[in-house]
Ligand binder design. Structure first.
Ligand code: UDP
Length: 242
């Protein structure tokens, strides 16, 4: 049974990192195809105006909070989220469990060459992990059939899709069942970090819940996206008061 708690209409699994990675491993055995979403407050805000995105988040098999804002927002609820489960960290936790079992993963997304570089680094880090293919995330509608055919050829246990949100959630929702993959996770810019092209915030920032601030310092153009965050905070507080 899933234990969930709602943040602005999005059902989040109340689950810790270790349980979340176990659940992904279980998806490989369950049959069918499973969708994992990793929304941060920006995505929760986007879902307020994007019905399709909201319906995908509601239909997903697991939804984990990739953002301290979501964890804090849940503190107003009876059932609270205990910890942040960032998509990037979830990938590493799952790779660690997949590697000794020889499970397979396909990397789809990022600029040309990035997923390939990320795959090289991850194969060296997790001995036994089988990365069966990579594909960059820049394509036209005409390329899609070929992309799906290529993934289906490998029918991987896990498909990581890093196209940014909401493109990745919509792509997974529309296409996962045709790829033969048993589970898919929308991973945003994780391939850039795995490849070593983008640095994650230092651990101290992560522990203090300030990774978003570090990303803003490194990439000031993110300010436009982040303007939604104070609105998120105000909406969460007032929806609980009302
Ligand atoms: N991206 C892609 N195809 C697109 C648009 C974006 O593959 O059509 C990739 C982009 O190269 C980057 C990721 O999607 O690797 C989005 O990263 P961002 O930092 O915006 O995502 P976040 O982690 O913030 O969700």
């Amino acid at each position: 049974m899933r234990k969930t708690t709602y943040v602005m209409g999005v059902p989040f699994d109340v689950i810790k990192m270790d349980e979340a990675s176990d659940k992904v491993m279980k998806f490989f055995e369950d049959g069918g195809s499973h969708i994992v979403c990793t929304p941060n407050p920006e995505i929760v805000m986007a879902a307020q105006e994007d019905e399709k995105l909201m319906s995908i988040l509601k239909a997903a098999d697991m939804v984990v909070p990739d953002g301290i804002g979501v964890v804090l927002a849940s503190k107003f609820n009876k059932v609270k989220i205990e910890e942040r489960v960032a998509g990037y960290d979830l990938c590493h936790a799952v790779f660690e469990k997949m590697a000794p079992q020889g499970k397979t993963v396909y990397f789809f997304g990022g600029a040309p060459g990035v997923a390939h570089k990320a795959a090289d680094k991850m194969t060296k880090k997790y001995k036994g992990l089988k990365i069966v293919g990579t594909r960059n995330g820049y394509f036209t509608a005409a390329d899609e059939k070929e992309i799906i055919r290529e993934i289906k050829k490998h029918s991987p246990d896990l498909l990581l899709v890093g196209l940014g949100s909401p493109k990745q959630e919509k792509w997974i929702y529309e296409n996962l069942r045709f790829t033969g993959a048993k589970a898919a996770i929308g991973v945003g810019g994780s391939f850039d970090v795995m490849a070593g092209n983008v640095k994650r915030a230092p651990k101290a920032f992560q522990k203090l819940g300030l990774e978003w601030f570090y990303r803003l310092l490194c990439q000031p153009t993110r300010i436009k996206r982040m303007m939604k965050l104070p609105v998120f905070a105000v909406k969460v507080i007032f929806s609980k008061k009302g």
